[in-house]
Design a protein around this ligand. Structure first.
Ligand SMILES: [Zn+2]
Length: 223
């Protein structure tokens, strides 16, 4: 009787081994990655000389990569800052050439002219071929979104803000509070901020905003 059981036991063991190979259990690491909370710091409307460079200093000190949606007309006299963004490993996306809503959204032709002018400037100045886009003024703009997607652009919106465009005379504390409030309960946060010349408080608030997300268990990502 015993001999008959041996092949059956071997067969069962073999089947079990094969099943284990086919359906590997998630490792603790893979599980952790799946659960990881992420925050994408994004900066629109720069580069500016003082504010962008202060932001870059903070990101460097903290070892964090971010994403910058630039306005090429503002970058023409700040090529070094634009190159620094690229050199330090951050992602550069297209925001606009002019940031003038009336001319950008006048027609499909003017829209595309604005996109390509900004993209060409980024490419010739930094060597980076941008593939991300953020609409000036926000909004969905479906017909323009279709054009962008056809040309391989990924459109990046946001789901949290630091309030630097909406709160008048915001202090660094106000900006931290708004970022924390709008990101609350979200596992994937895309935080909208601005780095044009008059957003000094954004640079001022950045270390505290980074500390907040770190304390909440987020990892920092760039697109
Ligand atoms: Zn903008």
């Amino acid at each position: 009787m015993q001999k008959r059981y041996i092949p059956a036991v071997l067969l069962f063991a073999l089947l079990f081994a094969l099943l284990s190979l086919a359906c590997p259990r998630p490792t603790p690491r893979a599980y952790a990655q799946e659960e990881q909370k992420r925050v994408y710091l994004t900066f629109d409307d720069g580069p500016s000389t003082v504010v962008t460079n202060r932001i870059l200093d903070t990101l460097k000190e903290e070892g964090i990569r971010a994403t910058f949606f630039v306005v090429s007309d503002r970058a023409r006299t700040r090529k070094d800052t634009l190159r620094r963004i690229a050199r330090e490993g951050h992602t550069i996306g297209v925001h606009s050439a002019t940031h003038d809503y009336a001319s950008i959204y006048a027609s499909e032709q003017t829209f595309w002219q604005d996109v390509t002018e900004c993209a060409d400037f980024i490419r010739t100045t930094t060597g980076v071929v941008p593939c991300l886009y953020r609409f000036p003024g926000g909004g969905a703009h479906e017909k323009y979104a279709a054009m962008l997607k056809e040309h391989g652009y990924r459109i990046i919106f946001w789901n949290a803000v630091n309030g630097d465009e909406e709160i008048r005379d915001a202090s660094a504390e106000d900006l931290l509070a708004r970022a924390a409030e709008t990101a609350r309960g979200k596992r994937n946060v895309v935080l909208l901020m601005h780095d044009s010349a008059f957003h000094r408080q954004t640079a001022e608030a950045l270390p505290a905003i980074i500390a907040h997300f770190r304390a909440e268990g987020y990892v920092f990502c760039a697109f």
